[in-house]
Each structure stands twice: as structure tokens, then as C-alpha cells.
Design a protein around this ligand. Structure first.
Ligand code: FES
Ligand code: FE2
Length: 435
């Protein structure tokens, strides 16, 4: 549990809050590149850390990210005209460039230099790995570019979707670090091996040994942890995860271990705070092998997740959402899947949104399986408390660049931290052993 004071400290990310100051030290995804496909195309609304912004691609191809409201009388620039290297407010024609500089104030007398005094708040952006990233922090603290491995593979080897989640970012992230819930929340009730939208079939190593041991280690980017499932004579099934500060997770997704055909695929998530009661979840996967992602497999995976095109609205909200109780089907809950909610991902969102906009962590009772969550929260509290003293938060360098998460069967008695070192974190030395 956290005290109410700690809970406030780690969940609030608006301007001027301690956690907001921590968040403003990282590159964060703002939009998918596919949302800004062409020069002078339609601007897009962006909400980040409680700030209302608008993104647009100008005539030269540069992406601007500026405050949403015009400096004149605060009309929304989402309605603006994107023309000749600037975004023009349609109320009285004031125009701004990608740096927020006011270029024209046509309502002022000829010869007026009024425009030179006007500026919109604007943030630096960069395009990498299918995403437009933004940096909202102090200029002198800008970190190196976010070269996660998934951003460095060809576009054909990567797939990213995004979904609006209607709750605070932290309870969403906590669901991602909690590997134990898979055996319950996502359980299918039929023995059908075909994956349905109601749950995952109880086959494979995860089903044979339902209660993994959890190893969690602190690193200089966040946490490295693993679920270890004993398989008797065969050894141990080890599934690794990385948590990179402040909201990135990388997990093993070589689903083939169960199906008998391993795929060199890694998956992950980014839980980006829009404001304190909403976050945008970016889900990605990539192939680190020679072959690109098999599109048929990918479409089935998205369908099973509840992240297919039919599952979301144009602004990335869910069709099955808290307003309609995620379309829970009580009959299916008795016969098909543990929740009666369709879509593995929708199940995650439903259960996290069901806690309310910001869960009260002073009321919890954490157990042995919550070890990674406890370690992660400790790290966030520490970061929020030390940022004011000028201490750089973890993961603001390039420590995470080569990280990869894999799963493997290892002989009993072999330490996974040693055996998998080169494969999962490019030769870095694991940090302090926590448990
Ligand atoms: S409000 Fe934008 S130009 Fe007047
Ligand atoms: Fe889940």
C-alpha cells in the first residue's frame, strides 16, 4: 500500500507537480506518425500530462506540437488551417509556426510589430519508430533520443496501436507489471486450443505451473524481473520483463514456446498520462529476427486482444468501455471466459478502469505476487522526492537502448540473471538483488 500522500505524489502529473516534473524529463509518444501522414494535413489534438496541445505537420514536413489555444482570444487551433509553414487560427487569422512563433496578426494595423511579442508554448518533437515523440521538460535537460530496440527495426518488423484508457496511468502500468493476473483475468473456460476473444486457453508451460516465483532486480533504468515456473525434470520456464522509468514495459512474447514454433517477437507498452484520469496506452511488438511480422498472425493477435479496427473509435477510445460496462456478457462469463468480456486487452482496461479514476492505494493489501509493483512504486516515490534536489531520474540516459525481453527453459539450478544476461540486456550487469 501507499499512504494517501504518497498516492497523490506518484499519480499526479500536471504542470508543477513532482511526478509531472519527473515525467517531463523523458521523451514521450505524442501521436502515431500515421496520424500526421502528410504535409499541411489536418492538425491533431494531443493531451499530455494535463496539457492540451495540438500537433501538425507543416509544409516542409516538420512536426509542431503547440498549445491548443490561440494566443489572441483562445480559440482552438484544432479547427485551424494548416497552410504555408504555419497553423492559422480561423477566428481572426493569426498564424503560428512549429516553434510557436506568431507569424501574422492580420487584425492589427499595417506596420504593427505586435506579432513579435506573441508566442505559443511549443515543445520539441522527433520522429522515430512509427511515433512522434515529444519532450516537455527543461531545455538543458533534454535526454538522448528514445532508441528502444523497437524503434530501430524496419517498419515491416514493427506494429503499434494505441488505445485511450479511462483511468490514471499508474494503475494501468501496474496491470502490466503484474504477470500473475494472466492466470485469472484472461482465463478461457473452454479447452479449445484456438484462442478466443474471451481468454487464453489453459495450455502450455504457464498452465502447467500456475504460480511462478518472482525475481525482481533494480537496474539503472528501472527494474528487471522474471516469473520462474518449475517444470520438474525439464527445468524452469523463465519469462523476463523490463520496466523502464517512468512508464515503459518490455515483455517476452515468443508465444511459439506453447505452439511449438518460436517467433523472435518482443512486445511492450507505454502508459502515457493524458491527464490524471486518462492515459493513452501504446502497445507495440516487433520482430528482432530476419523475417518481418506475419500480417495474418498480427491481425489475429489484434483481434484476440480487442485492439482490432472494429474495437475502437476514430479518437482511439474503446467501443466496449466503462459507460457500457465493457459489454460484459454474463452467459459467456459462465461458459467461455473468466470475465465474460471480449478482448484480452479490453479485459485489462476494464479491470483497471473498474477501480475508479485514481485507485486509493491506502486501502490495498499487497501480497507476494505484487513484488514488482512494490519495487516500481518505491522507485517512483524516490524519483518524485529527489527531482527537486536536482537528482536525475533513472532511465534518462541511454541505458535501455539494447534491452530485449525473452522467455526460455533453463536447467534447474542455473541462474537466469547470468544465463540470459547477453540476450536480455546486452551485457549490462544486473543491479541489486531485491528478492
Ligand atoms: S482567437 Fe485566434 S485569431 Fe482570434
Ligand atoms: Fe493482462
Amino acid at each position: 500500500m501507499l499512504t494517501q500522500e504518497e498516492n497523490e505524489l506518484v499519480t499526479r502529473t500536471g504542470p508543477g507537480t513532482p511526478m509531472g516534473n519527473v515525467m517531463r524529463r523523458y521523451w514521450m509518444p505524442a501521436v502515431l506518425i500515421s496520424e500526421l501522414p502528410e504535409a499541411d494535413g489536418a492538425p491533431v489534438r494531443v493531451r499530455l500530462l494535463g496539457e492540451r496541445l495540438v500537433a501538425f505537420r507543416d509544409t516542409s514536413g516538420k512536426v509542431g506540437l503547440v498549445e491548443e489555444f490561440c494566443a489572441h482570444r483562445r480559440a482552438s487551433l484544432f479547427l485551424g488551417r494548416n497552410e504555408e509553414n504555419g497553423l492559422r487560427c480561423v477566428y481572426h487569422g493569426w498564424k503560428y509556426d512549429v516553434n510557436g512563433k506568431c507569424l501574422e496578426t492580420p487584425t492589427e494595423p499595417a506596420g504593427s510589430n505586435f506579432k513579435d511579442k506573441i508566442r505559443l508554448k511549443a515543445y520539441p518533437t522527433l520522429e522515430m519508430g512509427g511515433l512522434v515523440w515529444a519532450y516537455l521538460g527543461p531545455k538543458e535537460k533534454i535526454p538522448p533520443p528514445p532508441k528502444f530496440e523497437f524503434t530501430q527495426v524496419p517498419d515491416s518488423h514493427r506494429y503499434i496501436t494505441k488505445t485511450w484508457q479511462e483511468c490514471n496511468w499508474l494503475q494501468a502500468l501496474e496491470g502490466g507489471l503484474d504477470s500473475q493476473h494472466t492466470s485469472f483475468l484472461h482465463k478461457a473456460l473452454t479447452s479449445d486450443r484456438v484462442r478466443s476473444r474471451y481468454g487464453q486457453s489453459a495450455t502450455g508451460y504457464r498452465a502447467r505451473s500456475a504460480t511462478p516465483l518472482h525475481d525482481v532486480e533494480e537496474t539503472d533504468y528501472g527494474l528487471l524481473f522474471a516469473g520462474v515456473r518449475p517444470l520438474g525434470d525439464e527445468g524452469n520456464y523463465v519469462r523476463t520483463y523490463h520496466f523502464v522509468m517512468p512508464f515503459y514495459a518490455i515483455r517476452a512474447a515468443q508465444q511459439g514456446i506453447v505452439a511449438g514454433a518460436r517467433r523472435p517477437i518482443v512486445a511492450g507498452h507505454m502508459w502515457v498520462p493524458m491527464d490524471d484520469e486518462n492515459c493513452m496506452v501504446y502497445d507495440w511488438l516487433y520482430s528482432f529476427g530476419e523475417a518481418p511480422i506475419d500480417q495474418k498472425w498480427r491481425e489475429e493477435f489484434e483481434w484476440g486482444s480487442g485492439r482490432g479496427p472494429e474495437d475502437r473509435t476514430a479518437d482511439f477510445r474503446k467501443v466496449k468501455n466503462r459507460q457500457n460496462d465493457w459489454m460484459i456478457d454474463r452467459k459467456a462469463q459462465k461458459t467461455l471466459g473468466y470475465t465474460g468480456i471480449e478482448g484480452i486487452n479490453t479485459q485489462d482496461h476494464a479491470i483497471q478502469e473498474s477501480m475508479g479514476p485514481i485507485v486509493d492505494r491506502s486501502q490495498e493489501h499487497l501480497g507476494a505476487s505484487d513484488k514488482a509493483i512494490i519495487a516500481m512504486r518505491r522507485m517512483l516515490v524516490e524519483a518524485a522526492r529527489s527531482i527537486e534536489k536536482g537528482i536525475n531520474p533513472l532511465g534518462t540516459g541511454s541505458e535501455y537502448y539494447k534491452l530485449r525481453a525473452i522467455d526460455k527453459i533453463l536447467p534447474d539450478g542455473v541462474r537466469w540473471q547470468e544465463a540470459l544476461k547477453d540476450e536480455i540486456h546486452a551485457g549490462m550487469t544486473p543491479g541489486k538483488r531485491l528478492a
